[in-house]
Design a protein around this ligand. Structure first.
Ligand SMILES: N[C@@H](CCC(=O)N[C@@H](CS)C(=O)NCC(=O)O)C(=O)O
Length: 203
């Protein structure tokens, strides 16, 4: 979702091939040993296998909303926050959400550890409407899809325990036109299908 958000924000179109993870197409396996989604193949054949790298590729090409240039030269701080999200927060999220898949993981302990990251977000959101200023940045669109997952595990607990500034920020993103547009469901790609462009020409 976050790769789609960045591609959408950069104003370029890509060909979209929806993958069902339990039935990965051979064409995907041929270009990516890692075989995770998202994966982007460029016209020169180069392959980008990490969602954050796809986001950076998109926005370094074209960044009309200046998502890479948050207020007050906070670019480095933004990348550090995203690394914390992708590292320890994602680790805790997976063990909270899918506790039964991890031996010896205590989901509630990982929920508590995840909450600490949300408190960091709260500190930022008490200062400005978005994580790094009054306008959205790469950090917002890189992080909120994970907070959405965290919220979805136990919505009641989330509403009671997570700082209100974080809840409002998340709600704003979930009701945004940008998020609505990337949540479109696509049928699984098949090599005989016509090309699907994302975003569609008129969006
Ligand atoms: N850090 C990677 C994580 C990619 C990842 O693990 N994606 C999952 C789906 S959300 C996946 O493709 N898993 C492979 C599988 O289940 O076979 C990224 O952000 O691109």
């Amino acid at each position: 979702m976050r790769a789609r958000l960045a591609v959408q924000a950069c104003g370029r179109q890509v060909q979209l091939r929806e993958v069902v993870l339990r039935n990965k197409p051979q064409q995907m396996l041929d270009i990516s040993v890692k075989a995770t989604v998202p994966v982007l193949q460029l016209t020169d054949g180069a392959v980008i296998e990490e969602s954050l790298q796809i986001m950076l590729w998109a926005l370094q090409n074209n960044d009309p909303q200046q998502l890479l240039s948050p207020d007050k030269n906070k670019h480095e701080q933004m990348l550090v926050l995203i690394a914390d999200n992708d590292g320890s927060f994602k680790h805790n999220l997976d063990r909270y959400k899918y506790g039964n898949r991890y031996e010896n993981a205590d989901p509630l302990q990982h929920r508590a550890a995840g909450l600490q990251f949300l408190q960091v977000l709260d500190g930022l959101l008490r200062q400005s409407a978005y994580l790094f200023g009054e306008q959205p940045s790469l950090a917002d669109i890189a992080v909120f899809p994970f907070i959405r997952q965290f919220a979805g595990v136990d919505r009641k607990w989330f509403e009671q325990s997570v700082p209100k500034a974080v809840q409002s920020w998340l709600s704003k993103w979930l009701s945004s036109a940008e998020f609505g547009a990337v949540m479109t469901k696509y049928p699984a790609w098949n090599s005989e299908d016509p090309v699907v462009l994302f975003p569609e020409a008129d969006s």
